[in-house]
Write a protein that binds this ligand. Structure first.
Ligand SMILES: Cc1cc2nc3c(=O)[nH]c(=O)nc-3n(C[C@H](O)[C@H](O)[C@H](O)COP(=O)(O)OP(=O)(O)OC[C@H]3O[C@@H](n4cnc5c(N)ncnc54)[C@H](O)[C@@H]3O)c2cc1C
Length: 500
């Protein structure tokens, strides 16, 4: 790293120069830092993080019960064994990441409270200039780097998505989005309505139901849930046999990925069978008289949206205990005391939680310019969901929906390290991806096929996301099981890579 002084006080006072700049210290950015130090030890780099600590999703979400819905053998890094229960709380994930940072001396690379505002590429210098603001002091900071590694996640961290319902201003109690949970929210003895039935609802309802007078989950349409024990039988057996944790982690990862591959295939090839199995899984937990048809039978094929795991069936225990209930209906208007539904029924509430999802954002809302021209990401075509035509020396981490995010962030970390080495070996300072002659007539499509996966936040964001082509190279396929072989085998001398 080198530092140069500027005398212009309206500008940042210094410019720090690195080979690589990582944006974000969540699971992807911290993993990226680890892999750079191991696989590319001569590379100078810095990680800029807007928050005051590491963890990203797991640091900023503070609602009661916040936990993963993936198992930590696959959501955890491949290089650090996970030794706890498969589904982990946010504090457990933060502790694990803290150990990764400490054990590998990564803290020296991370700058907290550094919010990145803009990134400008100069083809004359083959460098990015990154402007950031210190969120604690307001100080402007400038960095340059040859390569930009965007690990900023996929949703806007400042606020979640809340639809604009009629009469919201009439409601006299608090309306809270779980993403911005007030520390002092007092729900004890209160009537709470939770709008939405995704993974957040499955988490927050069991965590608060016992303390509330009652929790009503209001959903427009049902979601698939998958109850299961929060223990891994194979891991338990291997521990009884005194097998090393490194081995257990690797074996259990393989077993889980093997089972998930079968389940994912089956949900495409025999969706009705899988649907029945999922429904049969919850039936015994809700009892014979429960109206599963209305409240737990989705209209979509399994896996077209994320399937929420319910550890130890805790969501269903709240329902059978009478502390929580499901309502499947639509909102007509909010009222002073609750919500009036289209059916004419009224839900009384002291507090309304809007578990209605995220606002997706493309590359952390950072303003990008290429050689002085603002970059419109929706005009670009993605190379495997990680690079973009016309955007040199930049890679975006966007993980999987049907498998753990970290599986892809580590595959792509290996790819970045391999690409940097290839560039160093060939004396290249710049790499672009470009459509090849054989791609010229390729149909350009929206980022993801809604037939494949269609949660609301993705559908809302389609107009701002880059385009995909109809060949695998030009898509984020969401298919870990093929990408685990395809990405390491990418031919860096292929004509889709243009070096300079
Ligand atoms: C509640 C919840 C539960 C989830 N559970 C799972 C799960 O069980 N399994 C799974 O696979 N996925 C899950 N996901 C998806 C999850 O976001 C990812 O798995 C993963 O944690 C993302 O890691 P990341 O490091 O890529 O991004 P994030 O965790 O989003 O971290 C990005 C970091 O970048 C920083 N940042 C963003 N923009 C800027 C900027 N302009 N300047 C500086 N810093 C910036 C942010 O402050 C943040 O710290 C969940 C998501 C949510 C919201």
């Amino acid at each position: 790293m080198t530092t140069t002084e500027s005398t212009d006080i309206s500008e940042p006072t210094t410019t720090e120069e690195f080979d690589v700049l990582i944006v974000g210290a969540g699971i992807s950015g911290v993993g990226g830092a680890y892999h750079l130090t191991k696989q590319s030890p001569d590379t100078s780099f810095v990680v800029l993080e807007g928050l005051d600590s590491f963890g990203g999703t797991w640091w900023m979400h503070r609602y009661p019960g916040i936990r993963s819905d993936s198992d930590l053998h696959t959501f955890g890094y491949r290089f650090k064994p996970w030794t706890g229960d498969p589904i982990a709380t946010a504090p457990e994930i933060i502790e694990y990441m803290g150990e990764v940072i400490e054990e590998n001396d990564l803290a020296q690379y991370i700058r907290y409270n550094h919010r990145v505002n803009s990134a400008q590429w100069s083809s004359d210098d083959n460098r990015w200039t990154i402007d950031a603001t210190r969120t604690d002091t307001g100080e402007a900071k400038r960095f340059t780097s040859n390569f930009l590694w965007m690990c900023q996640g996929y949703y806007r961290h400042s606020e979640g998505y809340t639809p604009d319902w009629l009469g919201m201003d009439r409601f006299e109690g608090p309306i809270v989005h779980p993403q911005t949970w007030p520390e002092d929210l007092d729900y004890a003895g209160k009537k709470v309505v939770v709008i939405g039935s995704g993974a957040t609802t499955a988490t927050v309802v069991p965590a608060i139901a016992a303390d509330c007078e009652h929790v009503t989950v209001l959903q427009r349409s049902p979601t698939f849930f998958r109850p299961g024990r929060n223990k891994d039988d194979l891991a338990e057996t291997l521990r009884e046999l005194d097998v090393d944790e490194e081995w257990i982690h690797e074996i259990v990862r393989r077993k889980i990925l093997h089972d998930q591959a079968i389940f994912t295939d089956r949900s495409f090839n025999e969706p009705e069978k899988v649907r029945q199995e999922l429904l049969d899984g919850i039936r015994p937990l809700l009892g014979p008289d429960y109206d599963i048809e209305t409240h737990f039978t989705p209209r979509y094929r399994p896996w077209r949206q994320r399937i929420a795991f319910v550890p130890d069936g805790d969501l269903f225990k709240g329902i059978t205990a009478g502390k929580a209930s499901m309502v499947t209906d639509e909102i007509k208007t909010f009222t002073e005391r609750g919500i009036l539904l289209k059916s004419g029924a009224e839900l009384e509430a002291d507090i309304i939680l809007t578990a209605t999802g995220f606002n997706m954002c493309v590359l952390g809302d950072v303003e990008f310019e290429i050689d002085g021209k603002p970059l419109v990401f929706s005009d670009t075509v993605t190379y495997r969901g990680m690079m973009f035509t016309g955007v040199p020396n930049m890679l975006w981490i966007f993980g999987y929906f049907r498998a753990s995010w970290t599986l892809r962030s580590e595959l792509l970390a290996d790819f970045v390290c391999r690409l940097l080495k290839h560039m160093a070996d060939t004396g290249s300072k710049r790499v672009d991806v470009a459509l090849r002659p054989e791609d010229e007539d390729m149909e350009l499509l929206s980022w993801i096929d809604p037939e494949n996966f269609n949660p609301g936040y993705l559908m809302r964001a389609m107009p701002i996301l880059p385009k995909r082509g109809d060949k695998r190279e030009w898509q984020h396929t969401q298919d870990y099981w093929r990408e685990k072989d395809e990405i390491p085998a990418i031919d860096l001398t292929g004509s889709e890579f243009v070096y300079g």
